[in-house]
Design a protein around this ligand. Structure first.
Ligand code: G3P
Ligand code: MG
Length: 249
């Protein structure tokens, strides 16, 4: 049974508002807020020179105007890239922001967030360590604490051991038979599961153990309603306004 009772939103803007705006950008977070989301989720990793910035994939190909593995680039090199045009010409010039820039926007705009630790291959340890240190320095103590999540168990172990005060979310891709052992070992507060694996039975099982339960990525209003009806606390969605209209705040 988790020790913290969290206040979770029904709707979390996935990578910002990824349907309407380029994912993991400041423009995306502003769009999520404009659509009514009070929380956003984003993916954070380290550049080659250990600066924390926002990007989902291991490579920059899909979401920028260049190609190659992110782990080979310094942040100064990443900063030169256009992370907006691939989505729409009106987002030309949007950057892959530093974590510090995203935090500053969230503090200013009163946006709550789920930081997903998404390390480049082989960089789990330093990614978790440096990002959690940066968060401790930069996120104002008086603001609501972020939820820290990851698919990478090593990242969550480091979060548990070095930043125990921050709520933790265990991200799962499969319906793992040992999910409860994992959640207990990590002292997780939430279990964040893939929509394709979510059944009424598993939802009931996770809720009966007292965990917060979030489901990714839900862009269909009827499905969001069904999940919330089953007892899911909230969903990650690329389309916050559409899902908010279906399930409310
Ligand atoms: O944290 C929820 C969701 O973002 C996990 O999957 O691949 O979109 O980071 P992904
Ligand atoms: Mg993510």
């Amino acid at each position: 049974m988790p020790i913290r009772a969290l206040s979770l939103p029904k709707v979390i803007g996935h990578r910002g508002a990824a349907e309407a705006a380029p994912e993991n950008t400041l423009a995306g977070f502003r769009e999520a807020k404009r659509q009514g989301a009070t929380w956003v989720e984003f993916d954070a990793k380290l550049s080659a020179d250990n600066r924390a910035f926002l990007l989902h994939d291991d490579n920059i190909d899909r979401t920028s105007n260049a190609a190659g593995p992110a782990r080979a680039l310094s942040y100064d090199e990443i900063r030169l890239l256009d992370a907006g045009s691939w989505k729409n010409a009106r987002f030309a010039g949007e950057k892959m922001p530093l974590l510090a820039e995203a935090l500053s926007l969230f503090a200013q705009e009163d946006i709550q967030f789920n930081l997903e630790l998404k390390p480049c291959p082989g960089r789990a340890r330093e990614t978790a360590k440096l990002i959690l240190e940066e968060l401790a320095h930069l996120w104002p103590a008086g603001k609501p604490k972020p939820l820290i999540s990851s698919f990478v168990l090593e990242c969550l172990e480091i979060a548990r051991d070095t930043a125990p005060e921050l709520p933790r979310g265990l991200l799962l891709e499969d319906h793992a038979a040992n999910w409860l052992d994992l959640a207990q070992n990590l002292k997780a507060d939430t279990v964040n599961i893939w929509d394709q694996t979510a059944t009424a039975e598993w939802v009931a099982e996770i809720k009966a153990e007292g965990y917060g339960l979030l489901v990714y990525t839900v862009n269909d209003a009827a499905r969001a309603k069904q999940l919330i009806g089953w007892g899911v606390d909230g969903v990650f969605t690329d389309a916050p306004a559409r899902i908010l209209a279906a399930v409310g705040q």
